[in-house]
Write a protein that binds this ligand. Structure first.
Ligand code: DX5
Ligand code: ZN
Length: 213
């Protein structure tokens, strides 16, 4: 199982160290929760913060854009150093145009669905995205409880991707610990995101546990 730590729950006063420890422990990318106070009722990081993360690691940086105007802002986050952009199905955006621009910059694109969005809605995007992200909590805050019905959505996407010979990877975000991580692995996920579980304990141990699932 690949692990993508969400640094939102790290000790931000020691961000560089928290990132270095996560890299040494075996993280394969970092998950950046970008919130605008509109699409979700919380505010987090902007481009300057992300530039600081970029200076701390060479690993892939995935922007989870929980913002109302992802079309308008992905370029600033690209300039700040993000490598992949997750667009929420629930936000208005022009997929064709965004994909074209992102690919011109030799970067990656992903689609993300909220807990109430059925996976059937996004199958047409799957051949054209690098990753699909299944939200297993309502976006906005870390530390929430995993929504059990997420496993059925992951299994649906796994089957669709395999049956159609697609290369898109499945990532799962929200309420992941060693128990729920094992469940999403069984359902067919390739990558798990975790914030409070990893940074609420000893980083090396927690990432190690998740990697071994
Ligand atoms: C929620 C974010 C998640 C969150 C995960 O809005 O998209 O990435 O930070 O936090 P945990 O792992 O604590 O559920
Ligand atoms: Zn996220």
């Amino acid at each position: 199982m690949k692990v993508s730590p969400s640094i939102i729950s790290s000790r931000l006063e020691f961000l560089h160290d928290e990132i270095s420890r996560s890299v040494s422990a075996g993280a394969s990318s970092f998950h950046l929760d970008i919130m605008d106070g509109n699409f979700v009722p919380n505010l987090t990081m902007g481009p300057d913060f992300i530039s600081a993360v970029r200076r701390s690691t060479d690993l892939e940086l995935d922007a989870h854009m929980m913002i109302l105007n992802p079309d308008k802002y992905w370029k600033v986050f690209s300039k700040a150093g993000c490598d992949l952009f997750y667009f929420h199905y629930e936000t208005p955006f022009n997929f064709r145009e965004a994909r074209k621009g992102i690919k011109e910059e030799k970067k990656s694109i992903g689609i993300v669905i909220n807990p109430d969005t059925p996976p059937e809605k996004i199958v047409d995007f799957l051949p054209e995205v690098d990753k699909v992200l299944v939200m297993s909590v309502y976006p906005g805050f870390s530390g929430q409880k995993f929504i059990p019905s997420s496993t059925g959505k992951i299994a649906f996407l796994r089957k669709y991707i395999d049956e159609n010979g697609l290369s898109c990877q499945i990532e799962v975000d929200g309420g992941i610990d060693s128990f729920t991580g094992a469940e999403v692995k069984r359902s067919g996920a390739d990558i798990i995101v975790s914030a409070s579980y990893i940074y609420g304990g000893k980083i090396e141990e927690r990432i190690g546990e998740l990697l071994r699932l």
